[in-house]
Design a protein around this ligand. Structure first.
Ligand code: A1LUD
Ligand code: HCS
Ligand code: ZN
Length: 387
């Protein structure tokens, strides 16, 4: 209908002006004129409606071209290797937070959101280019089992993004940072594994039992992912994924939900060779390589001693950006809910090894549990000293 009205309008008044030859007033000319305009208008209208549909779906789940390349742009602006922050829960605890709880670090979303923002600020000051949000163990079912409503749970998830965005914006707007080796940090919404939600340490075993299949894992991740994207995260950080099945679920979900912002999928590892379940990284990467929506892959919360050889292994298996942020080397006791001492890296080691990890092919480097802003400062200094 709209198409018809436009054709009539265009051929009535300005029509005479469009005639290339004023002698040619034949009906044949008019018919071909109408045909040509009808086709070109049809094409323009289809293009416009396609653009509209595209921009609405982009608004729905995140973004357009600029956001898709945001992670690559950050890596480039950081000189080829950007810095991820460090142990978020660890730094909360250093400030006195007690998080021995099924919600773990997400407990602070309820009890002390101000502290969350302070910790984000501390990591920015230490040189982090990526802030990972406080949503690792924040899930709707987790909040429901605390007596909160689903709406309240969604608001807490949204808050986890808002707190990090506020910290980033306040930090960035402070005077003269752009010229001093800082990049405008990205906010990566943390999506802890199903094992993290179970709160029994199974993110380090990957043994979810026979009842947990692909669809169950997708359903578990779907709602939180939607809320975090809508809340304005710059990217998604799937953390401590312990098996191939969950990696596949996350990847398929990015596709199904038409997520346009970048994402990384990181595995834990306890033997330095495979994912904790025993699934080989060859198999895991063969799955993730199929999707362009997985921007980066890597390792988090594994002992730092394994990292260099794992980067070399991953480098052979994928062209994606590689991200590594190991823990200190201590081992999580899921039953007792405490860290057991083991061979550890101190901050000085992290500084030394960060350059080796970069040279082996990592483009995003940080720390996970039991590392602190001092660790990130050492990493940042090592990676950006020549920059
Ligand atoms: C990264 S682990 C130390 C987080 C805590 C774990 N999911 C638990 O609740 O036991
Ligand atoms: N980013 C998480 C830890 C992942 S193992 C946190 O510290 O809350
Ligand atoms: Zn960790």
């Amino acid at each position: 209908m709209l198409q018809l009205k436009l054709i009539v309008h265009m051929t009535r008044e300005p029509g005479a002006r469009f005639r290339p030859d004023s002698r040619d007033h034949t009906p044949t000319y008019l018919i071909s004129f109408l045909q040509i305009h009808s086709i070109s208008l049809f094409i323009s209208i289809s293009r416009a409606s396609r653009r509209y549909a595209q921009s609405s779906s982009e608004k729905k789940m995140g973004a357009g071209k600029d956001e898709v390349s945001a992670l690559h742009d950050l890596v480039a602006s950081a000189g080829g290797c950007a810095v991820v922050d460090g142990g978020f829960a660890t730094q909360l605890e250093k400030h006195g937070a007690v998080i021995n709880d099924p919600l773990w670090s997400a407990l602070c979303l309820i009890q002390n959101p101000g502290l969350i923002k302070k910790v984000h600020m501390e990591y920015l000051e230490a040189g982090a280019d990526v802030l990972v949000t406080s949503s690792y163990q924040a899930t709707i079912p987790g909040f429901l089992s605390r007596g909160l409503s689903a709406d309240e749970g969604e608001r807490l998830l949204q808050k986890s993004v808002v707190l990090a965005v506020e910290a980033r914006d306040e930090f960035w707007e402070a005077e003269g940072l752009a010229g001093r080796g800082y990049s405008r940090a990205l906010v990566a919404a943390s999506i802890g594994s199903y094992g993290a939600y179970l709160a029994d340490g199974s993110e380090y075993s990957g043994c979810y039992g026979p009842d947990v299949g692909l669809d169950k894992l997708k359903d578990f991740h779907r709602r939180r992912l939607r809320v975090l994207v809508k809340a304005g995260a710059d990217m998604l950080a799937f953390e401590t994924i312990p098996n191939k099945l969950e990696a596949q679920a996350c990847m398929e979900l990015l596709q199904e939900e038409d997520v346009q912002i970048p994402s990384w999928i990181c595995f834990s590892s306890v033997d330095g060779l495979n994912a904790p379940s025993g699934d080989s990284f060859e198999d895991c990467l063969a799955v993730l390589n199929k999707s362009r929506r997985v921007t980066a892959v890597g390792i988090n919360c594994a002992p730092p001693h394994f990292v260099e050889s794992l980067i070399r292994k991953l480098r052979k298996l994928t062209k994606k950006v590689i991200v590594v942020y190991p823990n200190s080397g201590e081992v999580w006791d899921g039953k007792e809910k405490k860290w057991l001492p083991s061979t550890c890296f101190n901050d000085h080691h992290f500084g030394l090894f960060a350059s080796r990890w970069r040279d082996a092919g990592a483009q995003l480097i940080g720390g996970c549990c039991r590392t602190t802003p001092c660790t990130v400062r050492a990493i940042s200094k090592a990676l950006k000293s020549n920059y």
